[in-house]
Design a binder for this molecule. Structure first.
Ligand code: HEM
Length: 353
């Protein structure tokens, strides 16, 4: 097969090209930064390739995590994920919840914000609301966030299980999040499904009979993990690049002004408005290159991509209509190993009156 021959040539041809051999987590590894090869690998998962993570990651994510399971077990969990995504999307308050949280965060802005922190607050509040039905001011939300940050720090750390190491802390944080989630699940069961949340993610998850209790909790954790930093980083990247491109910002503002002009004052956004956010969605997708795979591909294509795009679009809508901003000094994104803005993207903001 041509691509396999090319893969061999790529690896042989040089150590520091787009594809090279290395040693990561004590394992011989091929690293690929080649879009075409990555696309090919993703499309051929479970055929020519199989997903696998270093053992210590299993210790943190848990053996039932959808991210680490393979084969039929993955297929079964993935079907559940797709059912849940559809159930969540058709819930009446789905879009309103996202918009309300965006307005709440933007409403608290004074003269200066550290954008990455604001974006994280936003995406965390959205995912906790969507998955567990909790709002930002509930004590359980703060507890989950604290444990979650510890969990994230240990996810890519040296796998040394000695009290006090980031790895050990992450494993313990995961156990605490599991307990909190189990308590929320129990409460929901006792109340026989809260009528305010009927048909939400948690109700649907609880009604699924072919998942064990452990798998259900793991599922909630995967959704929190998948839906938090990824989306806030997308938002930060968009805001960063808009700051570098006045023309794109102008075009984005024109799109959102036109949508607002057709609505009453303070009227909520709906799915028709979202469809009209074509330039906004184009910017997020970067579809110019078909092989670009920000949401993965093949049997592991991200099930949360639509939620991430709606969140970003709705936040941008209110951001560009209500604020002017200017980056406070240079702060380009760097990868170590997550892509981050070293100073968190500080912005001077000014309301548009
Ligand atoms: C900009 C935001 C996002 C990006 C860039 C992103 C990216 C990705 C990528 C690349 C994968 C494939 C991983 C692999 O091949 O193993 C993936 C999978 C996944 N994502 Fe996302 N994601 C985003 C938002 C979300 C959201 C909001 C959720 C939750 C609602 C979510 C939940 C998941 C889950 C559960 C998986 C595992 C799917 C599977 O193994 O079949 N993601 N995501």
């Amino acid at each position: 097969m041509c691509i396999m021959r090319r893969l061999r040539d790529w690896i042989i041809s040089g150590r520091y090209g787009k594809v090279f051999r290395s040693h990561l987590f004590c394992t011989p590894t091929v690293v690929s930064c080649d879009q075409e090869l990555n696309h090919f690998i993703l499309q051929n998962e479970e055929k020519l390739f199989q997903c696998s993570y270093p053992k210590p990651i299993h210790g943190i994510l848990g053996k039932s995590s959808m991210i680490v399971v393979v084969g039929d077990a993955h297929k079964r969990l993935r079907n559940v994920a797709l059912t849940l995504v559809n159930a969540t999307k058709s819930r009446a308050g789905y879009l309103n919840d996202i918009e309300r949280i965006a307005l709440h965060i933007l409403g608290s802005w004074k003269k200066r914000v550290v954008f990455c922190e604001e974006a994280r607050k936003f995406t965390f509040s959205v995912i906790v609301k969507q998955v567990l039905g909790l709002s930002q001011d509930e004590p359980q939300t703060a507890k989950i966030l604290e444990d979650f940050l510890t969990f994230m720090k240990g996810l890519i750390s040296f796998p040394l299980y000695i009290p006090g190491t980031p790895y050990a802390r992450a494993v313990q944080a995961r156990a605490r999040i599991s307990l909190t989630v189990k308590a929320i699940v129990e409460e929901r069961r006792k109340n026989g499904g809260d009528c305010n949340n009927k048909g939400d993610f948690l109700d649907v998850l609880l009604s699924i009979t072919n998942l064990s209790e452990e798998e259900k909790v793991s599922f909630v954790l995967d959704s929190l993990l998948g839906g938090y930093e990824t989306t806030s980083l997308l938002m930060s990247m968009v805001v960063y690049f808009l700051g570098q491109s006045p023309l794109a910002l102008e075009q984005l503002m024109t799109e959102h002004k036109a949508i607002r002009a057709n609505k009453k004052k303070d009227e909520c956004l709906n799915s028709e408005d979202y469809k009209k956010m074509e330039f906004t969605q184009y910017g997020q997708n970067q579809t110019a290159c078909k092989k670009f795979t920000p949401f993965g591909g093949g049997p592991r294509l991200c099930p949360g991509s639509e939620l991430a795009k709606v969140e970003t679009a709705f936040f941008l809508h209110h951001l560009v209509l209500n604020f002017r901003w200017r980056a406070e000094g240079e702060d380009p994104p760097m990868a170590y190993p997550y892509v981050e803005f070293p100073r968190g993207l500080p912005l001077q903001v000014e309301p548009i009156l």
